[in-house]
Design a protein around this ligand. Structure first.
Ligand SMILES: Cc1ncc(C[n+]2csc(CCOP(=O)(O)OP(=O)(O)O)c2C)c(N)n1
Length: 577
């Protein structure tokens, strides 16, 4: 294949490292790149209706494959639209390369039509962000960008003026694939660190483990550790898919959307061992117990809580090195008590996941039904808002299933676009988006992309007619709800008008069979489910300690908000269940 210009070299290099597709919206300044894609025929161009969708799709794809995914936008507003998805990818620590096409190089700084400064704009959400102003910067810039995204796990941005893309390519050859894709090193703590950690744990009677997404791939070792210490395992949301399944030590999640048993186990231990978690809510971490933390990133150690000991290491390797140093123990009262608490929490949650009377559809029930009927290796995405809460609590994980969200960046509208990218990369697996009505309608235009490219994503919409999570937050903070109501169309009709399968369900009796039809449909599909809007999202019991750090006013407000919510729920219970 002839490499004539800079764009050719860029596209060729991306194909070399295994990139299969680029998501984006075309435009004048991107013409060189899209033309190179067309003529080379090795990479597919996946046009989206909104560049934010392109970036989320790339983020979703790479979170699933752990490989580099790519998105692109034309100059100015075109690439600016990528920003939210790029933040999401960067903060999810997943390798994404963005091609930000730029205005003509001779016009930079002149206040030209559509002029922005992408090399500055994307700095904060990338490991590497460079303007290409001369062809001789290549192939270094491309290679640096790829290595930064893959090796440091995050975003790299190449800012490429349209005219530079069309200039003659330098003759310098591209590095071989292996040198472009740095492999993760094995990070094993020093022996004295392991000894210190073992001593701390051996001296502690009640150890609780707190596991995050850094425990990916370490399930067996984590179980061995919990068995050796007779420790309950609490997880952060990011750890759910890696930790919760086949886990006899599981005592649930903690955090604002977690449940009591997880919170309690972490506060009633004498030593808490945090493993691969950067859980952000300090007020949920105990202050009166010893805390040790293991993380592959030194900068994560102790940034949320005072540490007795911080260890840099890969979770799997660290546990493997630690296990031989742990003394045998038989005492398991702490573990058993935590497991009992968990059972109680689960039972309470289970009661909420039932069909309501008068046909009311509780979102918990909807999530439980989809979880039961979905494929064993299904991939789920969840919108920020209450869909994240319901999936965190009611989706059954099994080690094969995956759950992707915007769990660190916390952007709405992530689920359907991420599902789009995931389905492109994993066409043989069922991909289900749990979308909020607010989140879905934010980037609804790309339902058309599902049709146009025939991407058979299944979109479940929690149609509660409200920006529910924010409505709850307003109540909890003592504000009167403002601007949260949504006047929605019948989303199943929207789907049909786009040319894809759509079904609306508003009665819980009809839900199971509707889910069957929806999942069995051979093609993209929308299930618009009219769900109850008054649901108890925060855990029923708020511990005083849990809200420490809030002002007294805030505490009152939280209690009042909860109380109002409990009253709302009681109404639902009395009249609707
Ligand atoms: C892009 C973006 N805008 C605003 C917010 C603040 N926010 C968080 S959740 C939420 C409401 C989500 O509503 P919806 O998608 O309808 O889901 P629900 O909570 O009702 O289930 C809002 C506005 C955000 N996180 N991201």
């Amino acid at each position: 294949m002839a490499i004539k210009n800079v764009a050719d070299l860029l596209v060729h290099t991306l194909a070399e490292v295994g990139v299969k597709r680029i998501y984006g919206v075309v435009g004048d300044s991107l013409n060189g790149v899209t033309e190179a894609i067309r003529t080379q025929g090795e990479i597919e161009w996946v046009g989206t209706r909104h560049e934010e969708v392109a970036a989320f799709a790339a983020s979703g794809e790479s979170q699933l494959t752990n490989e580099l995914a790519v998105c692109a936008g034309s100059c100015g507003p075109g690439n600016l639209h990528l920003i939210n998805g790029l933040y999401d990818a960067h903060r999810s620590r997943t390798p994404v390369l963005a091609i930000a096409a730029h205005i003509p190089s001779a016009e930079i700084g002149s206040g030209y039509f559509q002029e922005t400064h992408p090399d500055q704009l994307f700095k904060e959400c990338s490991h590497y962000c460079e303007l290409v102003s001369h062809p001789d910067q290549l192939p270094y810039v491309i290679e640096n960008a790829i290595r930064a995204a893959v090796g440091k796990k995050g975003v790299a941005v190449i800012v490429l003026p349209g005219d530079v893309a069309l200039q003659d390519s330098p003759v310098k050859g591209v590095s071989p694939r292996a040198s472009l894709l740095p492999k993760d090193p094995l990070v094993i703590p020093q022996e004295q660190e392991i000894q210190a950690l073992a001593a701390l744990l051996n001296d502690s009677k009640r150890v609780a483990l707190f596991a995050g997404r850094g425990c990916a791939g370490a399930h067996a070792q984590l179980m061995d550790l919990a068995a050796a210490l007779n420790s309950p395992i609490v997880h952060a949301l990011g750890g759910k898919e890696h930790v919760e399944y086949d886990n006899p030590y599981d005592v649930g999640m903690t955090g604002f959307i977690g449940f009591e048993s997880g919170y309690k186990a972490m506060h009633s231990c004498d030593t808490l061992l945090m493993l691969g978690t950067d859980f952000p809510y300090k007020q949920f971490l105990p202050s009166k117990v010893k805390i040790a933390q293991v993380d592959i990133r030194p900068e994560n150690l102790g940034r949320r809580a005072k540490l007795e000991l911080g260890v840099v290491g890969d979770i799997k390797e660290t546990i493997k090195a630690l296990l031989p140093h742990l003394q045998e123990r038989t005492e398991r009262n702490f573990l058993d008590a935590a497991l009992k608490d968990y059972q109680r929490s689960r039972q309470a949650l289970g009661k909420l996941a039932q069909p309501g009377s008068h046909g009311l559809i509780h979102p918990q029930y909807l999530t439980a039904v989809v979880s039961e009927k979905a494929a064993q290796d299904a991939i789920f995405t969840a919108d920020v808002g209450t869909p994240t809460v319901w999936t965190a609590r009611y989706l059954q994980m099994n080690g094969q299933r995956r759950l992707i969200g915007s769990f660190t960046h916390g952007s709405m509208a992530n689920a359907m676009p991420q599902a789009l990218g995931i389905k492109m990369a994993q066409p043989d697996r069922q991909v289900i988006s749990f979308s909020g009505d607010g989140g879905f309608s934010m980037l609804m235009g790309d339902l058309i992309s599902l049709k146009q490219h025939d991407i058979p994503v299944k979109v479940v919409i929690f149609n509660n007619g409200v920006l529910g999570f924010v409505a709850l937050e307003m109540k909890a903070a003592g504000f009167v709800n403002t601007g949260v109501d949504l006047e929605n169309p019948d989303f199943s009709q929207v789907a049909k008008s786009v040319g894809i399968y759509g079904e609306r369900v508003d009665n819980s009796d009809d839900l199971p069979t509707a889910v069957d039809r929806f999942l069995a449909h051979d093609g993209p599909a929308v299930l618009d489910v009219v769900t109850a809007s008054q649901e108890l999202v925060l855990p029923p019991t708020i511990h005083m300690e849990q809200v420490k750090g809030f002002s007294l006013w805030g505490l009152r407000a939280v209690m009042d908000g909860q109380m109002q919510h409990v009253i709302d729920l009681a109404k639902v219970n009395l009249f609707d269940r």
